[in-house]
Design a protein around this ligand. Sequence first.
Ligand code: GLN
Length: 238
Amino acid sequence: MSTESLRIVLVYPDLLSTYGDRGNLLILARRAQQRGMPVEAIEVRSDQPMPTSADIYLIGGGEDGPQALGAQRLLADGGLHRAAAQGAVIFGVCAGYQLLGASFFAKGTQYAGLELLDLRSDRGPSRAVGELAGDIDPRLGLPPLSGFENHGGRTHLGPGVAPLARVTAGIGNDGATEGAWRGKLLGTYSHGPALARNPALADLLLRWATGAHQLPPLDDTWADRLRAERRAAVAARV
Ligand code: GLN
């Protein structure tokens, strides 16, 4: 860690905080504090400079206009690139995931992304809305992904990233794969918020940020119940 506290930045909540993605900050902070780690939660609005020395950066979803503006401001600021170069953890959801790639479409126009992940996004034939589930890359050692998606974009991965998961329900990137990761950078289409629905994914980000190989287990009864309930809902629809 770069400081005594775990520093978690919520990137541009004024633009990128759709579908409850702010909850990812609450979950990470809570799970860290329950392990005795002090947390400094920092909300950075789009008119503020991006701090470069935080441990974890969270970028949420957003509608097309705020997504394009957010990407332009992050590119102009450069702070997120410096943080990534220093080994920070970056977790992007939906619009926040797309803008980590080379390019994406918003309101019919192609915009440059941050090029932190080897991927690009275009538009699909229809909007992907509903439950999203998948089997996560076995190298990450996590239980299946559970989430909710709502996006018009489709994402195409280059050789520089690995898919986060193989889709078992929903669309994700393209109906076959969902999300992407490289090093300590990870993106997903999963809202819900993702880390409330996937506590093991939250703990992966905490382990990446702290260098801990293992974290003391927590009581995940409620998250497990939610996951089971959502799994049953998906199964009932098939
Ligand atoms: N605007 C993007 C899309 O529709 C992202 C949407 C979102 O973040 N939920 O693909």
